[in-house]
Design a protein around this ligand. Structure first.
Ligand code: P1T
Length: 380
């Protein structure tokens, strides 16, 4: 079955009891047992809930994986994956990452005795150089947040396999519709389902998908032991979002490409980052490993922070807000918002400048969005 069909049907058979076409929201914390030690597959909703099971099966299917796990947030998914590590282990991570992931690595995971080395992702060979005898895991995002750089997943798979290291790809920005890292050899895929998978800016959620049974068994244990699970209602909303992921992603991309071409030529724009533009440094690689370029654009404005403030205050459709991947367009200022937890020197070293803004392009009419940007950038 093709992606669109699996997104609508996988794990979502009609309810056997009533015939309900849509998976019910099982608002129950616990389940009656037939006898001590005998139950119908569910004991307690932290361990498992049928609405969450439906979501987990759908997630696994659309990532071309065998096993899915759902979480209360993207960072809950990340924390659970990082629980695979023990004191003394080491992580190699790409240096362009969601600020919250950096904060987790530096201010929480470091306290567990697990250190991270950050690698300039423009040089893939540096990932191998950074590997130490105790390196257990490589963590990347691609496209990255917020600079929309592309990392060669297949090349990194070769490095990870050679050294027997787990490769984790945070696939939030591409969504499984445009990129499936497990097909390229990654061991684990992580998502903030808050974004494209949910798709409507109404939930916080996370996901992990793998085809490795041993990793799944460990992660399933940690999911239950740590307990950062989503509610049945949130699980249901993500499941509903997944049904329309394909058509939403096509619209996000169409609008983003249209606006990126417009912005690239605009005299107020100093630099634009969108993997779908031929001028993007890794456009060729993006074309090879993704089936589309997504809905995120970052740009540097001429005139520095004053111009950013003016631009943000004049936009009417693009709302100034954190997050991304919803049907509505958003504007984010990474230096003070999503990446505000990075020390300034670290942020600037990573290329997140004071004049950088990030757009999450929604699925409104593209001409309305263009007019909004044009008016906000105009001198009058
Ligand atoms: O917010 P949460 O659902 O916990 O997801 C964290 C997360 C993980 N990975 C990536 C690539 C992300 O972008 C995020 C969250 N990002 C934002 C809130 C943002 O505006 O970039």
């Amino acid at each position: 079955m093709e992606f669109e069909t699996r997104a609508i049907h996988e794990g979502q058979q009609p309810d056997p009891q009533t015939g309900a076409v849509i998976v019910p929201i099982y608002l129950t914390s616990t389940y009656q047992q037939d006898a001590i030690g005998q139950h119908k597959g569910y004991e307690y909703s932290r361990t498992g809930n049928p609405t969450r099971t439906a979501l987990e099966e759908a997630l696994a299917s659309i990532e071309n994986g065998k096993f899915g796990l759902a979480f209360a947030s993207g960072l809950a998914a990340t924390t659970t994956v990082l629980s695979l590590l023990k004191s003394g282990d080491h992580i190699v991570a790409g240096d362009d990452l969601y600020g919250g992931t950096y904060r987790l690595l530096e201010r929480v995971v470091k306290n567990w005795g697990v250190n991270t080395t950050y690698v300039d992702i423009d040089h893939i060979a540096d990932f191998e150089t950074a590997i130490q005898p105790n390196t257990k895991l490589i963590w990347i995002e691609t496209p990255t947040n917020p600079l929309l750089k592309i990392i060669d997943i297949a090349a990194l798979t070769n490095i990870a396999r050679k050294h027997n290291i787990i490769l984790v790809v945070d696939n939030t920005f591409a969504s499984p519709y445009f990129q499936r890292p497990l097909d390229l050899g990654a061991d684990i895929v992580v998502h903030s389902t808050t974004k494209y998978l949910g798709g409507h800016s109404d939930i916080i959620g996370g996901a992990v998908v793998t085809s490795n049974e041993q990793l799944y068994t460990e992660l399933k244990f940690y999911q239950n032991a740590i307990g950062a699970i989503p509610s049945p209602f949130d699980s249901w909303l993500v499941l509903r979002g997944i049904k329309t992921l394909a058509i939403r992603m096509r619209e996000h991309e169409k609008n983003a490409l249209f606006l990126a071409k417009f912005l690239e030529k605009h005299p107020k724009v100093e630099r634009i980052y969108y993997p779908g533009l031929p001028s993007h440094e890794q456009h060729q690689l993006a074309q090879e490993q993704m089936s589309g370029f997504g809905g995120m654009i970052s740009l540097e404005l001429k005139g520095g922070f004053a111009e950013v403030e003016r631009f943000a205050s004049r936009l009417k459709l693009f709302l100034l807000a954190e997050s991304l991947g919803g049907v509505e367009s958003l504007l984010c200022y990474p230096a003070k918002m999503t990446h505000g937890s990075l020390p300034e020197a670290e942020r600037l070293k990573r290329g997140i400048k004071d004049n950088l803004v990030r757009l999450s392009v929604g699925i409104e009419n593209s001409l309305d969005l263009q007019t909004d940007l044009e008016n906000a950038l105009s001198s009058s």
